[in-house]
Design a protein around this ligand. Structure first.
Ligand code: NDP
Ligand code: GDR
Length: 393
């Protein structure tokens, strides 16, 4: 048993999609149907990897984000394969890891919604905390400690009630939700298996990252969807919780590149990935509305805060000056909130060459443009006399 640093000579990884034997590198991605999973699978396929993804059983299709990567199962030597599995089911994980024999595992699967973790704390602990342990154990059970590198999707939520500004790798943790507590277990079990068994295992402590395929109930996507629908007359008002919360928002496309890079180093280490710039939820709303020619002004405080249209330009905006288009709904307050997060990505900059390439304005623009197109489709459907259903959150 190796109690020191991982045995790097034992791993045959190179920095492109093949290992030193010339064989394609094999990656296993959990959470492949999610935002990051989709971007990462695309990146790994471009790099020439054989990619295996774990998806869970659902009564509806849940592969929208990766349908463009789908390959007919009847074709030989497919580069992209999906397996049914679940982070709460050890047997499925051991079976898949044993069958796939991955060079790299990216553990992205999680019940990833902080507010929902207060509603489903036990499930969140099981999937997000013990799930990481199950995968690490699968590596051991299959005897792959020297071969398989492991990436754990850790989070800035670990800093919670922040002890230092900005937050870096050495900042103490103070988790503020069942989600963050579960992720704290996953963080430390990853470190422990690195130290105890010499597995190349590392944590990416990623700050919020968004994109046009971000889940619709996270605040950024909720805002861009709603503003686009309001601009087209499909919705009247956007209801939000704590609009003063401050976040360090980057683009998911940039961040998955870092996930990959972290597994290509000489030695496994943990890294903070962030932009180093912070905005409030309120500022996100203002920026998103401005993209469509709507100026929003905020008045009131706390539960009485609201945003109204102060100026409007551009023919597409079906709103009038004075319309109240944003209101606070305390339903979206969390029992314990994370008020401010700001990352210091210096270590990633120095060691991984990390430069966040997408500024805030560009991120918001990309998201609002995509949601405006989707809303335009819905308004055409409505115009043709069909009913366009909205999802509520
Ligand atoms: P998403 O919520 O978009 O994706 C989560 C993925 O996990 C989905 O594929 C989901 O499947 C899957 N999943 C959920 N529960 C299980 C389970 N029990 N077994 C197997 N699969 C499961 O998250 P993101 O892509 O945004 O985030 C990826 C990871 O990074 C998560 O672990 C998240 O906690 C973490 N993270 C995210 C950050 C962000 O800002 N995006 C920042 C820091 C960390 P399905 O599609 O069926 O729901
Ligand atoms: P977060 O993201 O909790 O940071 O977790 P989210 O977008 O859900 O919330 C960000 C901030 O916005 C405030 N907020 C609202 N949030 C939601 N979802 N809906 C609202 O209506 C609303 N109004 C205000 C929240 O209170 C919060 O302060 C995300 C997830 O991707 C995690 O998986 C990941 O680990 C962290 O980012 C880093």
């Amino acid at each position: 048993m190796n109690h020191g640093e991982p045995d790097m000579n034992a791993n045959t990884n190179t920095t492109n999609g093949s290992n030193t034997t010339g064989r394609k590198k094999v990656a296993l991605v959990t959470g492949v149907t999610g935002q990051d999973g989709a971007y990462l699978a695309e990146l790994l396929l471009k790099k020439g990897y054989e990619v295996h993804g774990i998806k869970r059983r659902s009564s509806l299709f849940n592969t929208d984000r990766i349908d463009h990567l789908y390959q007919d199962p009847h074709v030989d030597n497919r580069a992209f394969t999906l397996h049914y599995g679940d982070l709460t089911d050890s047997t499925s994980l051991v079976r898949i890891v044993g069958k796939v024999q991955p060079d790299e595992i990216y553990n992205l699967a999680a019940q990833s919604h902080v507010a929902v973790s207060f509603e489903e704390p036990e499930y969140t602990a099981n999937a997000d905390g013990i799930g990481a342990l199950r995968l690490l154990e699968a590596i051991r059970i299959c005897g792959l400690e020297k071969k398989t590198r492991f990436y754990q999707a850790s989070t800035s939520e670990l800093y919670g009630l922040v002890q230092e500004i900005p937050q870096k790798e050495t900042t103490p943790f103070y988790p503020r939700s069942p989600y963050a507590v579960a992720k704290m277990y996953a963080y430390w079990i990853t470190v422990n298996y690195r130290e105890a068994y010499g597995i190349y295992a590392c944590n990416g402590v990623l700050f919020n990252h968004e994109s046009p395929i971000r889940g619709e109930t996270f605040v950024t996507r909720k805002i861009t969807r709603a503003i686009a629908r309001i601009a087209l007359g499909l919705q009247d008002c956007l209801y939000l919780g704590n609009m003063s919360a401050l976040r360090d928002w980057g683009h998911a496309r940039d961040y998955v590149e870092m996930q990959w890079l972290m597994l290509q180093q000489q030695q496994a280490e943990d890294f903070v990935i962030a932009t180093g710039v912070q905005y409030s939820v309120r500022q996100f709303v203002e920026r998103a509305a401005a993209e469509l020619g709507i100026t929003v002004k905020f008045e009131g405080e706390g539960e009485n805060e609201f945003g109204y249209v102060a100026a409007v330009s551009g023919k597409q905006a079906k709103v009038k000056v004075g319309d109240v288009i944003v209101k606070v709904d305390p339903r979206y307050y969390r029992p314990t909130e994370v008020e401010t997060l700001l990352g210091d990505p210096s270590k990633a900059k120095n060691k991984l060459g990390w430069v966040p390439t997408t500024p805030f304005e560009q991120l918001v623009k990309e998201m609002i443009e995509s949601d405006y197109e989707a809303a335009r489709k819905d308004s055409l459907v409505k115009l043709a006399g069909f009913q366009a259903f909205d999802h509520h959150e």
